[in-house]
Design a protein around this ligand. Structure first.
Ligand SMILES: [Fe+2]
Ligand SMILES: [Fe+2]
Length: 479
């Protein structure tokens, strides 16, 4: 495994092998274009691709090629074309873009038959860069039972990649993109869980990583997005929110990036057991019957069962499983499932807080009428030291603020305002930055941002309003 190699050396070695893989793929696809399926000329190129993928797997790396920011990456390593490999690079990148393929991954089990079939399958499809083209490829791959080559579609930003990527720097747009990418990743995994398939978390891991980067760069935007409510996709929506809120706590705790990634994954899949709960129960608009409530309470254990199907159980899976198991247990073990309990793991305590907050402030689950953010926090603070870890809860309040992002306020001027950002000084918790959305007479306006900490503005918080009562969707100020 080359374990004594220093990381830089390993990276250099991986980049070298990555370039070899690109070249062999280029030769394979070219050969497939020139010879019919079954011709012996294709055998050597197929073998070369497989052997190179094996070489990568032997080093415990992923044999995946991915387009990002106009570059081709092997795993996370950027491959730079040299003069000799330039044609192969341009060909492969062009091919991926034309077929709307964002990444190609060869799993360790990939066979010669699959690699050959994949090369010929591309020949049959017209290269029009669109999601439909990509879907066609995926469908054909399914028909031909190619399961050990995994594709991902081109992301929006790659599809419209320009040399000057100022848009991508727009952090609000980036936050929103990451939010929806995460929702799509979690829905995919949960759909697979529902069908009892092996769960693959590669894509989810990647979106969680971009979420962490974004959170470190611009926390406010991402946390603001947790006010998004997609009523038809409650569980996915909720999962992403719990992930963001858990990460926000983890970040304030000073967890390292790899730990944050584990926490994010555990939070993202904490409710995976709900994929087993009948939709009539899950989406019931009225109160649960005692039997339905009993069914609902099974989801932590069902989640554990689902998660045992994770591809290659490892330390990460163990922590994800713990998160799923513990999130309703409460710090004092007063929750469910009823099991012998000697306290919760750190992740369980963090996810429990994020989960409860998002559950209370959204219009589904448990409380049918959502709590306003400050009411939810007060409700939870009353249980500090019992259901919730008091230190973590304090960190959480600090990070969402006593007027959390998205709270609808009425000001002393009778204006309505939405909290956009908390004052970075924890002492000034009562003077957030807001956007004015209605004037003193109640007329809706596209108002300015106002910093309530600025005494010259003469504005202060008079009270908190329930946005539902006023028919105001506060998320629209963040999306
Ligand atoms: Fe849950
Ligand atoms: Fe939950």
């Amino acid at each position: 495994m080359g374990s004594e190699m220093r990381p830089e050396q390993l990276d250099r070695e991986m980049i070298r092998i990555g370039k070899v893989l690109v070249t062999h793929l280029f030769v394979l696809l070219k050969t497939a274009q020139n010879y019919n399926e079954g011709h012996s000329a294709i055998q050597a190129p197929i073998a070369n691709v497989i052997n190179t993928a094996r070489e990568i797997h032997r080093r415990n790396e992923e044999a995946s090629l991915r387009l990002k920011g106009g570059y081709l990456l092997l795993g996370e390593l950027r491959l730079k074309p040299d003069a000799a490999g330039f044609d192969a690079f341009m060909f492969l990148m062009g091919m991926m873009k034309r077929f709307f393929i964002g990444s190609i991954n060869f799993t360790p089990a990939v066979s010669a038959g699959e690699v050959g079939a994949f090369a010929y399958l591309l020949k049959e499809i017209e290269p029009v860069p669109s999601p439909q083209t990509y879907q066609k490829i995926v469908d054909r791959m399914q028909q031909r039972m190619i399961v050990n080559i995994e594709l991902e579609a081109l992301s929006e930003e790659e599809a419209f990649e320009r040399s000057d990527s100022t848009d991508i720097k727009d952090s609000k747009a980036t936050s929103r993109r990451i939010y929806f990418q995460t929702m799509s990743a979690v829905s995919e995994v949960m759909d697979n869980a529902k069908m009892g398939q092996t769960l693959r978390l590669r894509k989810s891991k990647r979106v969680v990583q971009s979420m962490i980067d974004q959170l470190l760069a611009a926390e406010t935007n991402l946390v603001g997005l947790t006010t998004i409510r997609c009523h038809d996709e409650y569980t996915y929506n909720h999962s992403v929110n719990v992930c963001i809120l858990s990460l926000a706590i983890g970040q304030r705790l000073g967890l390292s990036k790899p730990k944050l990634c584990e926490l994010g994954m555990a939070a993202l899949f904490h409710d995976i057991g709900k994929s087993e709960i009948p939709l009539e129960v899950l989406n019931k608009p009225s109160q649960f019957t005692p039997e339905e409530w009993e069914t609902m309470q099974k989801h932590p254990l069902l989640g554990v069962k689902k998660l045992m199907r994770l591809k290659g159980l490892d330390a990460l899976s163990a922590r994800i499983i713990t998160g799923a198991f513990e999130h309703h247990l409460n710090c004092d073990c007063s929750g469910y499932p009823k099991v012998p309990c000697k306290g919760l793991s750190l992740f369980g305590r963090i996810i429990g807080i994020a989960d409860c907050y998002d559950g209370l402030t959204s219009s589904r689950v448990y409380s049918r009428v959502p709590y306003s953010p400050d009411k939810a926090l007060r409700f939870m603070l009353a249980k500090a030291g019992k259901a919730y870890d008091p230190v973590l809860l304090k960190l959480f309040v600090n990070c969402v603020g006593i007027y959390p992002i998205g709270t609808l306020l009425i000001l002393n001027t009778r204006e309505l305002a939405v909290v956009m950002e908390n004052n970075p000084d924890p002492q000034k918790w009562n003077v957030p930055r807001v956007r004015i959305i209605a004037d003193g007479s109640g007329n809706e306006i596209e108002g300015d941002l106002a910093d309530l900490a600025d005494p010259a503005g003469g504005r202060s918080v008079a009270g908190v309003l329930d946005p539902n009562q006023y028919g105001i969707d506060t998320s629209r100020y963040f999306v």
